[in-house]
Write a protein that binds this ligand. Structure first.
Ligand code: ADP
Length: 538
């Protein structure tokens, strides 16, 4: 494969939300959960031990969780901006919800900010914690079960603003209700019996939260296979351990060792997606820059090839021109003599005509490659175009006993292009395939032409043969102008095919065909993608 064939259009955009999880990620996530469970078991006997003096650490803990969750939410919103997946927007809203709720929780936590005169009674912090604990898994559940629809590009900013505004408005309203309740109505007085001991209502929260976490884990495991999904399972797993630490091992008693261990799990859980996103972003960025470098090299090679082509054309045309000037001068000299030598002059004129024809041949052979009307583009049915070319080329007759298969996807949408040029491309590739199969015994000759609609709004055409395949030693050169291994070849076909397909916004690449032979494939954007590209550039 050539460097640019690695970048074939069949390759999707590499994003965290659609990159398949790898085995190593799976083991990493599994070990992290295993270590968390081990620590849980080790701490269990001491979970009830009180650590009240650590209350001063709480603002730092809250600040860390708040910043981490808000940064995660921002990164997820950025991911949504690129990918426009509804599920990612819901997840970003979930992190915003969870992160923002940390502020009222810590501000109302009894005794933490009392030196600043903030003391909101004993129920509020527990009510905020309950909201966070039940709300966040609901967002993850929604992320896991929502059909992954892409939202329209032009509404992306609107959806981001709407999601952020709704989450903030909801939290503002909930805060107002909770604070009003705590200072006057006391509907939720069952949350805490005193500043440290939970009441009856609070006991129902962990059970409900555990049910939601488990439902989330099941939904994530059932539906998807991406890195993000895998790590969200770990997030829910650590949250599950956190609630077990806090509510059961620490008996829900604030500032106990179990409670603090749970907080630590909360911090780890909050950081998981951030760390994964940052590390994956760097990995994806590295892959992208490698691909861009390969693409740049390929483009540079093609530029060099074009320079070589122009030099060769200049050389091919200059030769007959030089010869014509020499012969014309000779003719004039023969005629200028006192006794004009008419026969010699006539011979010189004849040579001029011959050279003129030679130059004309060079120019017209190049002109057929870059024919007139190449700018004219119309919507085209590639299946129909291929059928027409195959009919004209009559490959069956040239294959002898070999078989020709047309595997055309009737769902393939239209593409925008120049019919004559694209016919020429398909005809060239079929010609090459037939030529390549000449040395193969007739019964083993198989030509397969297939089309398929790819999920990236493209139609991919592939032409497969069972010839000797591409020689790795010359693989890098087959797209160069005038490179040929055939005695009567011109070496312009593949160069023409690639530049035509790229001028249509597509790609052309090669790959080996198993068990033997070569595949030449190209992709072309569909009418829909062409319209979207126009819309973007407008
Ligand atoms: P030409 O057909 O005039 O040689 P091309 O640019 O079409 O020029 O092809 C360049 C070279 O690429 C060919 O000479 C051949 O060596 C190689 N090639 C092209 N198609 C195939 C194929 N299907 N199988 C094997 N080699 C091929």
């Amino acid at each position: 494969m050539t460097p640019s064939s690695d970048l074939s259009a069949g390759e999707p955009l590499l994003l965290l939300s659609n990159t398949a999880r790898r085995q190593v990620q799976f083991w990493l996530a599994g070990s992290m959960l295993a270590i968390s469970v081990l620590v849980l078991v080790l701490i269990a006997p001491y979970a009830g031990h009180s650590l009240t003096n650590l209350v001063v650490v709480l603002p730092a803990y809250a600040a860390a969780v708040l910043v981490i969750e808000l940064v995660t939410s921002t990164l997820l919103l950025a991911l949504f901006y690129v990918q426009r997946s509804r599920a990612i927007l819901v997840l970003a809203a979930g992190y915003l919800f969870s992160g923002t709720l940390v502020a009222p929780w810590v501000l109302t936590f009894p005794g933490v900010f009392s030196s600043l005169g903030i003391d909101e009674g004993i129920q509020s912090a527990a009510a905020f914690a309950a909201l966070k604990r039940l709300g966040f898994p609901l967002f993850i559940l929604a992320y896991a079960v929502l059909p992954d629809r892409q939202l329209a590009r032009r509404w992306v900013t609107f959806w981001i603003t709407a999601a952020v505004a709704s989450v903030l408005a909801f939290i503002a309203m909930a805060s107002w209700l909770i604070l009003a309740d705590d200072s006057g109505l006391r509907l939720s007085s069952a949350f805490m019996t005193d500043a440290f001991t939970p009441g009856l209502l609070w006991r129902a929260i962990p059970a409900l939260a555990i049910a939601l976490y488990l439902a989330g884990i099941v939904a994530l495991a059932a539906r998807r296979r991406t890195i993000l999904d895998l790590w969200l399972v770990v997030v829910l797993g650590t949250l599950l351990i956190e609630i077990i630490q806090i509510s059961y091992l620490g008996a829900g008693v604030r500032m106990s060792l179990g409670w603090w261990a749970g907080r630590l799990y909360g911090l780890i859980s909050a950081s998981i997606i951030l760390v994964v996103m940052l590390s994956e972003t760097i990995a994806v960025y590295a892959r992208l820059s490698r691909a861009t470098a390969a693409e740049r090299r390929a483009r540079q090679n093609r530029l060099t090839a074009m320079e070589a082509l122009s030099a060769t054309i200049a050389h091919e045309v200059n030769q007959p021109l030089g010869s014509m000037v020499t012969n014309a001068n000779a003719g004039l000299r023969w005629l200028d003599k006192p006794q004009p030598a008419l026969d010699e002059a006539r011979a010189a004129m004849r040579r001029i005509v011959e050279e003129g024809h030679r130059a004309n041949k060079v120019v017209s052979s190049i002109r057929t490659m870059f024919m007139k009307g190449t700018r004219e583009r119309t919507p085209l049915d590639l299946n129909l175009l291929i059928e027409q070319v195959v009919k004209q080329a009559g490959p069956e007759a040239r294959l002898g006993h070999g078989a020709v298969t047309l595997d055309l996807d009737c769902q393939a949408p239209f593409v925008i292009g120049n019919a004559i040029q694209l016919q020429q491309v398909v005809a060239n590739l079929i010609d090459n395939a037939l030529e390549a199969m000449r040395p193969v015994p007739a019964r083993q000759r198989r030509l397969r032409i297939a089309t398929r609609a790819s999920e990236h709004n493209e139609v991919v055409v592939s032409i497969e043969d069972t010839g000797p395949g591409l020689d790795p030693a010359t693989l890098d050169r087959i797209f160069e102008p005038f490179f040929t291994t055939k005695a009567d070849g011109m070496g312009m076909g593949l160069m023409f095919c690639r530049s035509t397909i790229e001028a249509h916004g597509g790609r052309l690449w090669t790959s080996p065909h198993t068990p033997q032979g070569a595949v030449f494939a190209f992709s072309l954007p569909t009418t829909l993608q062409s319209l979207m590209a126009q819309e973007d550039s407008a």
